[in-house]
Design a binder for this molecule. Structure first.
Ligand code: HEC
Length: 120
């Protein structure tokens, strides 16, 4: 009788160990997957949304101001109603008047132009 009980306890113990082991293994890989998926999911979204902003802060804000209008250069807070994205791209790539052309990758230029074109 005692042996039988011991056997059950043993099996339960081993089973719970296995369950725990397997479970945490799965959890870890799930966590990893979720983390990767989350980053992958979030990255493009926040990249497209934030990248224009980021590029602007890194490249344009020194002259145009962090809030698009406090810099010494032309206000850009309503630039989207003045220029299309393509026109802004053109200004970024070729400069305009006092503004030197900006050395940005096509991707960054596109992101910031898209972002600015939405400022109306
Ligand atoms: C070195 C300073 C400087 C930097 C950096 C700069 N700009 Fe300018 N920007 C100017 C000046 C000055 C003007 C006004 C040019 C003029 O009309 O003579 C201007 C004008 C503009 C205009 C046209 C505004 C209008 O109403 O006609 C746009 C659009 C613009 N900048 C976008 C950008 C973007 C986007 C960036 C970053 C990728 C950037 N600028 C970086 C100085 C700068």
């Amino acid at each position: 009788m005692k042996k039988w009980l011991y056997g059950i306890i043993c099996i339960l113990f081993v089973a719970s160990l296995t369950a725990c082991g397997g479970g945490s293994d799965k959890d870890t890989s799930k966590d990893n997957n979720t983390t990767t998926e989350n980053t992958a999911d979030k990255a493009p979204a926040s990249n497209t949304a934030a990248d224009g902003d980021k590029v602007f802060q890194a490249t344009c804000a020194a002259c145009h101001g962090n809030d698009l209008k406090s810099g010494y250069a032309a206000d850009l807070d309503k630039i989207g109603s003045k220029y299309s994205k393509d026109e802004i791209l053109d200004i970024i790539h070729n400069g305009k008047g006092q503004m030197p052309k900006q050395n940005l990758s096509d991707e960054d230029a596109d992101a910031v132009a898209t972002w600015l074109a939405g400022k109306k």
